[in-house]
Design a protein around this ligand. Sequence first.
Ligand code: CA2
Length: 152
Amino acid sequence: MTTPRRLLLVNGPNLNLLGTREPAVYGSDTLADVERIATDAAAAHGFDLRGVQSNHEGVLIDAIHEARADCAGIVINPAGLTHTSVVLRDALSGVGLPVAEVHISNISEREPFRHHSYVAEVAAVHVVGEGVRGYATAVDRLIAVITGGTDG
Ligand code: CA2
């Protein structure tokens, strides 16, 4: 089977509130802006992108499972689930697709409870602290992993 030229973008709990508060930490862009940034970055490589955001862990896990059917990789900001969720990590490792983990803020420079990521070990790409532009970085680097750096 040929590799599909599609990515799944997963945004975890509370990221639907982006742009509404805490601009000093997360900036003023909205979730729609994030999805546009990631979609444009993917399109520059001839990929399309399906975005999902949910405040419910099971919805995110179902979307990750469904990606096996038609996606070549997953870009994920697990939000607070980063620091708590073994089941999200198991879903990502279970589908076996390459994963890029992205965080808007630099989690290693924030409160100690944000320093550990359950997802980090199953991700091939890690982007932190670049703001919402980090989603474009994550897309670029994940596509390089998928295509072996040839973009083809
Ligand atoms: O820096 C990131 O991208 C985070 O994944 C964001 C999570 C946080 O729990 C992680 O430690 C780091 C928080 C997502 C909620 O974002 C909001 C944004 C604006 C207003 C309210 C929540």
